[in-house]
Design a binder for this molecule. Structure first.
Ligand code: NCD
Length: 310
């Protein structure tokens, strides 16, 4: 399989997801070696365009590209000509004129990565667009579940928190449903989009009921920066009703995995004891993120799943 662009898991088939996750397993092994570098993308250039803040995703893409020997360009948006009023397409065309191969883009407006596919010739990877999708996060979450549980099919995954503003939730739902998992969304009615049932998920407004017997609880931050009005009375009330702590977590299966894409707001959506507890795989998600992004970059650079060069 060669990947042209990666915009949304909505458009990726179960077969393609399986292939990416399989390939990521090989790259995870490479990352555990003393020498963590492969020559696969030598001579290719990957440009990171992050128009929104990022710690994990941006560094993860940079490390992944470097481990495959690509050259990496990180555009510092605040000091670029974007600040002088240049349009997005002109900025990216300017960089593209220097012959780059892959653009990794994060943008606050949903649909920007898709729009670029029709305007520039590089391959595009969506690193999060508005409230739409964050496909590599969905893939790394599925990789982590698969790694720990050995399967995705038939598992119950509860996504808890601000579903309405979360591109992570949307990518997880598309991906997990395609892979045969059961997905629940849990949160106050104001933070759950109307009609979300159409995506094949079950909706819960009570935390303990929503995570009951779940195999995975994936906890999301409240994306206050995307809320145009107050959607719940106070943070304190939200934390009391929907914050996952050790007592509430007992409602899930005893071996339930605790996940969070980060950044965490400790004491709000997740208690420190849960974040650092024995069921937490939050740091492993970060580790796995590099392997998953290596797999995606590899396939975009024209690599084939069965020909990894050692
Ligand atoms: C998420 C994002 O930016 O969508 N973070 C991430 O990429 N790991 C989630 C968030 O910001 O809450």
């Amino acid at each position: 399989m060669a990947l042209q662009h990666l915009i949304a898991l909505q458009d990726v088939s179960a077969e393609q997801i399986t292939e990416i996750l399989k390939l990521a397993k090989t790259f995870k092994e490479v990352n555990e070696r003393q020498v963590k570098k492969l020559p696969t993308l030598k001579g290719k250039t990957v440009a990171n365009f992050f128009f929104e803040n990022s710690t994990r995703t941006k560094t993860s893409f940079e490390i992944a590209a470097k481990r495959l020997s690509a050259d990496v360009l990180n555009l510092a948006i605040s000091t670029s000509s974007v600040a002088k009023g240049e349009t997005l397409i002109d900025t990216i065309r300017t960089i593209e004129a220097m012959q780059i191969d892959i653009v990794v883009i994060r943008h606050g407006v949903s649909g920007v990565p898709q729009m670029l596919t029709g305007n520039i010739s590089s391959r595009i990877i969506n690193a999060g667009d508005g409230m739409h999708e964050h496909p590599t996060q969905g893939l790394l979450d599925m990789f982590t579940i698969l790694d720990k549980k050995g399967r995705l099919e038939g598992l119950t995954v509860a996504i808890v928190g601000d579903i309405a503003h979360s591109r992570v939730a949307r990518s997880n739902i598309w991906g997990l449903k395609k892979m045969g998992a059961k997905v629940r969304v849990v949160g106050p009615a104001t933070l759950i989009p109307k009609d979300i049932e159409k995506m094949g998920v079950e909706v819960y407004h009570d935390l303990e009921k929503g995570i009951k017997d779940a195999d995975v609880v994936n906890i999301l931050r409240m994306q206050l920066e995307r809320m145009k009005k107050h959607l719940f009375p106070t943070i304190r009330e939200y934390a009391m009703l929907f914050g996952v702590n050790t007592t509430k977590l007992k409602s899930a299966k005893p071996d339930c995995l605790v996940m969070h894409p980060g950044p965490m707001n400790r004491g709000i959506e997740i208690s420190p004891n849960v974040a650092d507890g024995p069921q937490s795989v939050i740091e492993e998600q970060v580790t796995n993120g590099v392997a998953v992004r290596m797999a995606v970059l590899y396939l975009m650079g024209g690599g084939k799943a069965n020909e990894i060069i050692d």
